[in-house]
Ligand binder design. Structure first.
Ligand code: ATP
Length: 269
């Protein structure tokens, strides 16, 4: 009899032996990449990916989302090949709302695709809009400058969370925001994460942001790339601006910076 522990699968994400070529194997963007993320359902996980520009960070997210298959290797999500059953949400750097629809309608969109009836989807969208701090803006059109860049990213986060994803993929979601908005969004994201515990895979170029948000940081070497470094962020689970003043935080930022410089030779990460 198999001994089932808390969950059926040890790893919520399992990428093994991944290689990627776009020219029939003459050159390789990614080679021999493994990426295993443990499943911790009651707690979630916050994993940050760092790597030089062009290393393949977005490509890794696309594999997990099922938007792309690697040239070689296997991708399992919750122990299964990617399929429609996987609940994976995605947030990109570019604003991705439909400007001719209201905030509420944009947030409700995934439920509309699922065929949830209008009353229920708007009710659930209202809860999400509140969760991301957009109450009062429900009926505005989701476009700049009616809404700011930060508000548009809040819509994207709410929309990705409404379908109750097990995994939330975030590709430099705060990269286009000014510094104050970026700091606010970091705090919003940690707050949400503590409430609903998805497994978050977050790509950024910003090392202080990575250390502030992550449980685990994985670093990619340049092409042919794979993960070569892992840093466990042993800061308290609950973080605040004060965390950024602690010796351990400062030490970890330095450690990650040194590792990135060693991996990339200081090339734009
Ligand atoms: N369809 C494609 N054909 C050829 N090359 C591609 C294709 N898609 C991606 N690439 C290349 O694969 C590499 C990895 O791209 P990817 O966008 O994953 O990198 P990244 O690490 O996310 O970069 P950045 O930090 O600049 O966003 C890049 O060199 C890119 O040019």
């Amino acid at each position: 009899m198999p001994n089932f522990t808390e969950t059926e699968y040890e790893n919520i994400i399992e990428l093994r032996g991944i290689s990627q070529s776009y020219d029939g194997g003459k050159s390789w963007i990614i080679q021999g990449l493994d990426f295993l993320v443990e499943d911790k359902p009651a707690q979630g996980q916050f994993v940050v990916i760092l790597g030089a520009s062009g290393a393949g960070k977005s490509t890794v997210l696309r594999y997990i989302a099922g938007l792309q298959r690697p040239t070689e290797g296997s991708v399992l999500v919750k122990g299964q090949p990617i399929g429609k059953a996987n609940r994976v949400g995605m947030v990109f750097q570019q604003y991705s709302s439909l400007p001719w629809r209201t905030v509420l309608e944009n947030v409700a969109l995934p439920l509309e695709y699922q065929g949830v009836d209008k009353k229920e989807r708007l009710e659930r969208a209202r809860e999400m809009v509140e969760l991301v701090g957009l109450a009062g803006h429900e009926d505005k059109f989701a476009q700049y400058p009616t809404l700011s860049g930060g508000q548009l990213q809040r819509i994207a986060i709410a929309r990705s969370l409404i379908a109750n994803p097990d995994i939330l993929l975030m590709d430099e979601p705060f990269g286009a925001l000014d510094i104050n908005t970026r700091l606010q969004m970091q705090d919003l994201l940690t707050e949400i994460w503590h409430r609903i515990h998805p497994t978050i895979i977050f790509v950024t170029h910003d090392i202080p942001e990575a250390v502030y948000l992550a449980d685990d940081i994985y670093m990619m070497k340049p092409a042919p790339s794979r993960f070569t470094e892992h840093v466990k962020v042993d800061l308290p689970l609950q973080r605040s601006r004060e965390t950024k003043r602690t010796d351990r935080y400062i030490e970890l930022v330095r450690l990650v910076e040194d590792k990135m410089i060693a991996i990339t030779g200081g090339e734009g990460h």
